[in-house]
Design a protein around this ligand. Sequence first.
Ligand code: NAP
Length: 324
Amino acid sequence: MRRSREVHLVSRPTGRLPAPGDVKMVEVAVPAPAPGQVVVRNLYMSIDPGLLLRMNDLSKVDIPDFQPGEAMWSDAIGEVVESEDDRLSAGDFVWHRFGFRDYVVEDAGEFRRVDPERYPSLTHHLCFGQTAYVGTHVAQIQQGDTFWVSSAAGGVGTMAGQIARLRGATRVIGSAGTPEKAAYLRDTLGFDVAFDYHDGFRQHLDGLDVYYDNVGGTHLEAAIDALKPRGRIVMGGGMQEIRTGVPQGPRNILAVIGKRLSLLGYYTFDHTDLFPEFDERFPRWVRSGEIIVAETIVDGLENGVTAAVNLLNGVYTGKVVLRI
Ligand SMILES: NC(=O)c1ccc[n+]([C@@H]2O[C@H](COP(=O)([O-])OP(=O)(O)OC[C@H]3O[C@@H](n4cnc5c(N)ncnc54)[C@H](OP(=O)(O)O)[C@@H]3O)[C@@H](O)[C@H]2O)c1
């Protein structure tokens, strides 16, 4: 009989970041699939800041937080190894949300078949192109816009800057936590301006039409100062508060009224109507080289939680994917 390792939440972290005792690896027997079920062997899973929010019961969106005593979950790509349902066959590759384990046995309807030829790599099915496609749509980018994305060297940020350009932004600005990340944005991804936010903001942000916020706090405050009248802010994440636990700013919120700015939060899965056009356009952009999928691959299920902590500490560039 197959055996599967699963990462379980033991207790919610008491500090900001999970400590080793907050999770444990549990080995379980993999049951035979019942009629209508499939057995999937996981290959890759997403490491993203949402994991920390779900550990702390803070995700604030309509997806389940992790429960102590249960396996955690994450977006994942796996291969069907046994099927008791006509919709999927052994050898199919599938996207699903049962990461943090070697094998999963669930109803076939819980899995979405993916075409392994769609992208140069299976891992690209986990990239945040779809999120950035939605966010840049919500931002209503106009031809000629000056566009700034924060946490620009991350999973969402690397995609948002490149997609904003394809949607018509003519000046793409990115901020990140190190000079090396800034150089990567400029030299490899073609951002017009990229800077280390530790050196300050204002000198880099003239004539801003759109701010794509992954950070909040002091970054959002800088955007409110720099945006042109009627500028747009699209907010997808809040890394400053997620990382530090300290809600901050913006202290200049009244300028939103004075400048008639708009601030729009978005959640990717509210915009399923955009997914068909994304599925048509994004793979084409990747295959043609118009979009580079930046990613860091980390090995080993046992390293998943450490990788999540490293991600929050800015260790990686691009989308972080765990090879299981
Ligand atoms: N709304 C949605 O549907 C949706 C979907 C997916 C993700 N998100 C959100 O989007 C945001 C980005 O997600 P991601 O997966 O792409 O993460 P990410 O940007 O790849 O990773 C997090 C990065 O945040 C930066 N960071 C950490 N602490 C910071 C601080 N105090 N100030 C500024 N930057 C800090 C670090 O980069 P540096 O080295 O540059 O500091 C780190 O690499 C997250 O808030 C996530 O929750 C939203």
